[in-house]
Design a protein around this ligand. Sequence first.
Ligand code: FE2
Length: 444
Amino acid sequence: MLDLLVTDANLPDGRTGVDIAVAGDRIREVRAGIAAGGATSAITIDAAGQLVTPPFVDAHFHMDATLSYGLPRINESGTLLEGIALWGELKPMLVQESIIGRALTYCDWAVANGLLAIRTHVDTCDPRLLAVEALLEVKRRVAPYLDLQLVAFPQDGILRYDPRADDPDCRDSALELLRKALDLGVDVVGGIPHFEPTTASGTESVRLLCEEAARRGLRVDMHCDETDDPMSRHIETLAFEARRLGLQGRVNGSHLTSMHSMDNYYVSKLIPLIAQAGVSAVANPLINITIQGRHDTYPRRRGMTRVPELLAAGVPVAFGHDCVMDPWYGLGSGDMLEVAHMGLHVAQMTSQAAMKQCFDAVTTTPAQILGLEHYGLEAGCRADFVLLQAADPVEAIRLRAARLAVVRAGRVIAQSAPRVSRLRLDGRPAEVRLTRHRPQPERP
Ligand code: FE2
């Protein structure tokens, strides 16, 4: 007797009519004909030819700032730098319970959207390490239903931020505060080289932080070159340090927006170096398209990194949400299909294969970047998956499809009603769903 059986599912790899058998918290079997073979289960879900996918994964988020939009004011210029300044105004007012409360609310939204793993940066430029302690508590509380991975993120720069500006009695440097966060249990080493005072100190910060990660056996995820400056080239240093320190496969460059504006000749050298170093990339399309290009008149640059070119070179590229209702971005809802939808448009990834890559960029690719274990729709994986009101990944992105059921460790933890509209039109159908429109051949 199974605990859960999903029948007649389409899978992201194109298989159709597949059954998924779950025993306890694990997937026991994935193949056609399990139900027809007489298997019985405590709970059966008929997928009815709709898509079952491994959960959505967000490789880049800021959970300490989320849902704070309007506190203490709104970002008027829409720039990264005003957002950082605004966060600096808010930080002294923060209390731990409010950070925890906002983060838990966001995790509720995430679960409703089938988003069950998030890598979030947490600001370490605070002598109190308030957000660090708050998000460690959130990580503990949500662990049964959501994998939260924390990145020690020195928002104001390890060589730029002086903790004594906030607490004259503080004896720690910004780097020492980051180390304390890692000591407390933060998982990944972050950085922000383009915000350090000079190009040289940005380079120095990449070296120091990668060495810190190598000493501790940790992964690296740096905000890197989040600027329209074509000369911001810290990704080159990040790739170099990843190779020098043997960190291949464990280092990620987030944003990389300067690559949008770089000289093509230089990029033709740079991308193979990134691939050789085993460094992955995360673009954040909703944020890049709204924050970059703010100093332009027209033509106005899109600012997102070169996603198709990185993918073609074999670099894993994920799409992250980055922000939801915070000092940098006033919209968002934890919907990774909305993120994929925007990424597809900004990168002009409109072929069938490229649209599928955009779906992978919010599921399997970020799972690989985070190093998630037991992720996927195979026997032995943890029974985490999402039933969507869509036939395939492209339709899922087109519709930002409803999450009909979200399963974690074999248990249904969220459900949504299908999206159906009732029509009151003579001679037309009574009900409209936006799925599965297949054009009929034209007849003369
Ligand atoms: Fe970010």
